[in-house]
Ligand binder design. Structure first.
Ligand SMILES: Cc1ncc(COP(=O)(O)O)c(C=O)c1O
Length: 398
């Protein structure tokens, strides 16, 4: 008997050689050095366990009070977060809570896109987007970022990709994995383009609080899109996964901005989408104010880890001039230019098998050509230091 499956799920589900090699290594007993670790709950950070568990057992969560936006007490906490982190005034009635940033994307794709609609997204970027787009019958159209003493958005080549099917532009600020913030000038150009072509601007700020350069000149580029004017319909996405290092809590949000009439229509439709699922649980909504208020402890630990690992990377790489690290302004990742000894997958497998070092090849993130690897700066410092020493030795001897 056969039962048909949807075309949107006709993915190639065969494992790759890299995935097989990784699985074989993980199954063995010998130690390995994981330079892709990105789950903050397993990277050795200290969480205030009692505060987290107390927050999840508030008596208020015994009542069911459905609200498509999410409970006001939780949205007020998100508004407070923007006031503190970005100096921005975000009205609570413009906020929608979701169980993840991924769900937030899905709501917005549903809100703006019919099947076959196109959404522009910078490349390199985070690989999950492909699947989200497939599930919502949206076609992602990449627009290139270019590197010249830092990453830049080529606004004219982005604009050239706009067609009658384009509905939205996604910007990740700072971007994963390139770690660059959208500059003030780029923001203006993006907003003007979206306004002119009638496109929604979706801004993913999950890494906003992890800016690595605190010089005054840099701070203006690190401004949240929640602040300032909003000439275009704009959605700012974030969540506890990165803001509080708590991906398991499944709490995120959409803050919406823009010209009033358009924003009201968008909000009214979004309410129906959210009301259809009402996916946030009461315990997590009541916990949100406490979890957000406690974010600083983990954020500081993550920032020190990222800085320490970046410094170790630079120091160790001095021994191998064939490697170069690209500028990182924020986030949890570093991109390293390496000799293109073989294609990205073959190189990552050699590193696994010969050095027991796990890295992400650049093609995972849509880097052009070979010779790019992406490292997570969240890896525990000792493991990271050994891993990069092995990496450097490998390329020195290659
Ligand atoms: C840029 C970016 N957006 C969204 C997410 C997913 O966040 P969430 O756990 O809220 O779905 C990630 C996760 O790594 C990410 O890197």
């Amino acid at each position: 008997m056969t039962v048909p499956f949807s075309a949107r799920t006709s993915w190639n589900l065969l494992t790759t050689k890299y995935a097989d090699a990784l699985q074989a290594m993980r199954a063995g007993d010998a130690p390995f050095f994981d330079l892709t670790a990105s789950n903050p709950t397993t990277c050795g950070f200290t969480y205030d366990r009692a505060a987290i568990l107390n927050a999840l057992s508030r008596p208020e969560c015994l009542a069911y009070e459905p609200d498509p936006h999410g409970l006001l007490v939780a949205r007020d906490a998100v508004a407070q977060y923007y006031a503190e982190a970005a100096g921005a005034k975000v009205p609570s009635h413009r906020i929608f809570l979701t169980t993840s940033t991924s769900e937030a994307y899905s709501y917005l794709f549903r809100l703006h896109c019919d099947p076959g609609a196109e959404v522009l997204i910078a490349q390199p970027s985070y690989p999950l987007f492909e699947f989200l787009a497939d599930l919502d019958d949206v076609r992602l159209v990449p627009y290139p970022l270019f590197y010249d003493h830092g990453w830049h958005l080529d606004v004219s080549s982005m604009t050239a990709r706009i067609t009658t099917k384009t509905r939205a532009v996604i910007v990740v600020h700072p971007n994963n994995p390139t770690g660059h913030f959208t500059s003030g000038q780029e923001r203006e150009a993006l907003e003007a383009t979206c306004q002119q072509h009638g496109l929604a601007l979706i801004v993913d700020e999950v890494f906003l609080d992890y800016a690595l350069d605190s010089r005054a000149g840099e701070r203006s580029a690190q401004r949240s899109f929640s602040s300032g004017e909003h000439p275009a319909l704009t959605y700012v996405l974030s969540g506890l996964s990165k803001v509080a290092g708590l991906p398991q809590m499944k709490a995120a949000w959409i803050a919406s901005f823009g010209p009033k009439a358009l924003l009201e229509e968008a909000n009214a439709r979004l309410e129906v989408i959210a009301d259809t699922f009402l996916s946030m649980s009461a315990p997590i909504q009541h916990a949100l104010p406490y979890l957000l208020a406690n974010r600083h402890g983990v954020q500081q630990q993550i920032l020190s880890r990222v800085r320490e690992n970046l410094a170790a990377l630079d120091h160790t790489m001095m021994d191998a001039p064939v490697l170069s690290r690209l500028t990182v302004q924020g986030g949890w990742y570093a991109v390293v230019r390496v000799p293109a000894l073989s294609n990205g997958e073959a190189l990552a497998i050699r590193l696994l098998e010969e050095q027991r070092v796990v890295v992400h090849p650049g093609y995972f993130y849509g880097f052009d050509g070979d010779g790019w690897i992406v490292l997570s700066l969240l890896t525990p410092a000792e493991e990271f230091a050994t891993g990069i020493e092995r990496l450097v030795q490998f390329f020195k001897n290659a």
